[in-house]
Design a protein around this ligand. Sequence first.
Ligand SMILES: [Zn+2]
Length: 439
Amino acid sequence: MKKTNGKTPILLKIVPFLIMAAAIVFLYHTVSIGEQSETSSEVQSDEVTVDSVTSLAGDLGSQTQADATPTPTPKPKSTPTPTPTPVDEDLLLRQSVDDISTHDLAGYLSEMPAEGEDIVSTATEVYTYEQMVKDIYFLSQRYPDLFDTNILATTVDGRAIYEIIIGNQRSSHHVLIQYSIHAREYINTLLAMCQLEDYLKNMTAGASYGDKTYPDLFSGICIHLIPNSNPDGIAISQFGEAGLRTQGAKDTLKACYEFDQASGRATDFETYCRRFKANANGVDLNKNFDVGWDIYAGGPTQPSYEGYHGTAPESEAETKAILSVTDTYPVIAVISYHSEGDVIFWNYELEDEQLLAFDQQLADNLAQITGYTKRISKKYNASLSGGCSDYYVWVEGRIALTIETGEDTCPIRINVFPNIWRDNQFVLPMLASLYGVTE
Ligand SMILES: [Zn+2]
């Protein structure tokens, strides 16, 4: 109920504000975009111009004033009522795993980088889940009270799904960014952590973005980051079978490999693991959302390294973790970070013109600061459905899109990261200047 009730007032409420925000972003780009122009000019995108952002705002404004058409009500979800189980044996098993999230993290403080050094290191080829957990703790020690941490779920192989909350939690405007839902795209977890540390440094220094200081900018918005949406799958991609802790997950991985090998989808086991996209249940989490799930016929019908949509929509703990954020807060926009291609997928062939205009506004602004090329994503269909962004735009009526970082083959090598960082460093402050509100 919360999903359907929350949507219409949020979108209607933000219309006048977005016009102002687009004007502010336009002014900022006009004045300060010189710093970004080197990046932007690398991609000759004929659809992305500063003019297109302002003219969109103009169109949106006149359309909204002349014609107060309400946004359509989101379509009802088709999920059947789940049958409650008295005791979740699987959950008990998962919680018995010795996971770093259950440790007294103060015991790792001797590993914390010295004052003046960055906590999140971009020097190693593989940024692990364990390092991320330590870094979140170290950042909380160096920057107390500047962010909150929440564990949204525990995975089948016993890892925690972390949510980081920055900005003003009392704001009526929240944004959700989820990273690395596909295992082999784990470079984006490092990106999330660098964006977080950069934000914390700028907040502490009182740095400016455009004509506002970070504390001012982020007083009007709350941003939720899920830096690692698929920690089990990432452990497989980074370390193969040795990355798994439970026998059940190891057995599932072997079964996936045998099935994929028999159907010509796998060669050697090492390459197979490195290219893993699914979670430890062999479910492709970006096909597990409840949008076109029932009509999906584009992938394997059993657990696999990619493309299997699960036994039911939202069957996976990781999917539920993402949904729990939008069930809890008034989230107006959802961004999903994937790899690869330096591309922004938006549009989804939406029929709701107002939502489509908002989606374009976000895509235009992101293309402007990242230099990435905008591409139109088609409406979900039998061969492509169950995706996170598709779900949020089509079912919940929220603004949503997908960013594909890096020009390389996944897993993206660490020497490509400087380009990803250059292009995505300012995404958080841009979102704050676009969606932040004075209340
Ligand atoms: Zn992906």
